[in-house]
Design a protein around this ligand. Structure first.
Ligand code: ADP
Ligand code: MG
Length: 456
């Protein structure tokens, strides 16, 4: 492989693995040679070599093949073992001595905390049914009282407010308990620090640092799944802190038990505390969030008028996640200000056409009917048909309810899909389930299961 090809390969790998991974794992590699289909790279440590091989080996191989190179295997060896190593000065101190001052000592940052977003506070967090439990648990932890549940494990889909809640806890603790050493970081940053410590032979410092924390928050812990040494270290840190009765807060995109390639002992440890999930937003919550965020926009663009119904429209149509919802609102105001027009429904439809198209729910009425009838073990024809006995009527109403919740179909449209029923019948069904759901635990659970199946 020529230097030029190596340069191209590095560029491609940067794109493929992302900046952070690239800096930690690919940058330290030095291409050695390519012979008989075997590409050899020099690495500073065995650990790094093993890690790269396990996590990026295939990617490197694939990218090399893409450059038309004849390669079938990649290997990583510590520089001293490589035949070419003799070309490099083994005694590095020679070179260093030639410099007036040795390379500046890397300062030890006290802890690897990530900066907090000033917008992510409790007062900016809109509470609704889907997130009330998570919010309450976060609030409790933020009081900084004696640790009652450890860890607090928050999970939920993208953009539902996990990071927001964690930052909010950190902000609150900073004012209420300035004596506490509160550390927030992503699991990726945890890994990065860990690897750095390994590389710089500063594991003792690393351990000491993390064990001196009073409140540790690790965001997106699913990231360390499959990364064995990082998991191991995380587990030790975790245990040490729990033993000292220090509060730990973890987030992930799914429940502990559902994180693939996460060690069993870690899973069970994570389940020991309080596990709460952030449910997908519902219409009311989305509207609430929009109403709170619109104030910020209106302060920024006081000249713009906002038609009634626009927020409702957005809350209805953009159901993917809050981040997208926020982005849509920002864009809408910026666009309106640019073209100097009031914000109407039409303008929103124009300006947000792509977002609206992307967040069009893919769940169809037919799919809902099918899954619901399967769940209740009835025939699809009975669900849609005219029979009014309870065995069919209840599942039918559940399906109507889910159609209203999960699709953007109107009541008359839904009615047509249910054997030509009138929209008032659909509305009655939806209301009925809404009411019953509050009292009937079994029904609430059925709906939850179905919703998950349908949204999966
Ligand atoms: P996650 O970490 O779960 O992917 P974030 O916490 O980053 O999601 O939230 C994404 C965006 O949505 C952030 O800008 C956040 O402020 C906002 N957001 C999410 N939930 C709420 C809420 N309940 N109230 C106000 N803003 C929210
Ligand atoms: Mg997040």
């Amino acid at each position: 492989m020529t230097d030029e090809q190596w340069g191209v390969l590095q560029g491609n790998l940067l794109k493929a693995v992302g900046k952070n991974n690239y800096a930690s794992w690919i940058e330290p590699l030095a291409f050695d040679d390519l012979r008989d289909g075997v590409a050899t790279f020099n690495v500073p440590t065995t650990f790094l070599g093993n890690y790269v091989k396990q996590n990026f080996g295939d990617q490197i191989l694939y990218q090399m093949m893409g450059l038309g190179l004849n390669v079938s295997r990649v290997r990583f060896i510590v520089a001293a073992q490589s035949p070419n190593a003799a070309n490099q000065p083994l005694d590095k101190s020679d070179g260093a001595a030639a410099l007036p001052e040795a390379a500046p000592q890397k300062r030890d940052t006290p802890i690897a905390a990530a900066p907090l977003d000033p917008k992510f506070t409790f007062s900016n967090f809109v509470v609704g049914k889907p997130n009330e439990l998570a919010h309450a648990a976060a609030k409790r932890v933020a009081e900084g009282g004696p640790v009652t549940f450890n860890p607090l494990f928050l999970y939920g889909g993208v953009g539902l407010g996990k990071t927001h809640l964690m930052h909010a806890i950190a902000w609150d603790l900073q004012t209420s308990r300035p004596d506490l050493n509160v550390v927030y970081l992503s699991a990726e940053q945890f890994m990065y620090r860990f690897v750095q410590a390994l590389r710089d032979r500063k594991m003792m410092d690393f351990k000491e640092l993390f064990r001196s924390v009073d409140v540790l928050m690790v965001d997106d812990v699913q990231f360390i799944a499959g990364k064995d040494s990082t998991q191991e270290e995380f587990f030790h840190t975790f245990n040490a802190l729990v033993d000292q009765r220090k509060q730990i807060i973890i987030s992930a995109d799914r429940a502990p038990g559902e994180i693939k390639d996460l060690e069993e002992r870690i899973k069970s440890r994570l389940q020991c505390g309080l596990v709460v999930d952030l449910h997908p937003t519902d219409y009311e919550l989305r509207l609430g969030i929009l109403q709170s965020k619109v104030e910020v926009q209106q302060a920024q663009y006081p000249e713009l008028s906002l038609d009634a119904g626009v927020l409702e429209f957005l809350a209805h149509r953009i159901s993917t996640n809050v981040r997208v919802l926020e982005g849509a609102l920002t864009r809408l105001f910026a666009f309106a200000s640019l073209v100097g027009r009031p914000i109407t429904l039409e303008l929103a439809q124009d300006c947000l056409a792509d977002v609206l198209r992307n967040s069009e729910r893919k769940i169809s009425v037919e799919e809902i009917q099918r899954k619901v009838s399967e769940h209740y073990n009835i025939r699809l024809s009975d669900m849609i048909g005219p029979k009014r006995v309870r065995t069919y009527a209840r599942p039918r109403q559940v399906a109507m309810y889910l159609c209203k919740q999960l699709t953007s179909r109107s009541l008359p449209e839904i009615g047509r899909c249910f054997g030509g029923r009138d929209h008032t019948t659909i509305m009655y069904g939806v209301r009925k389930i809404e009411d019953m759901r509050a009292q009937d635990g079994q029904l609430a659970e059925d709906i939850e299961i179905l919703r998950r199946i349908l949204e999966a």
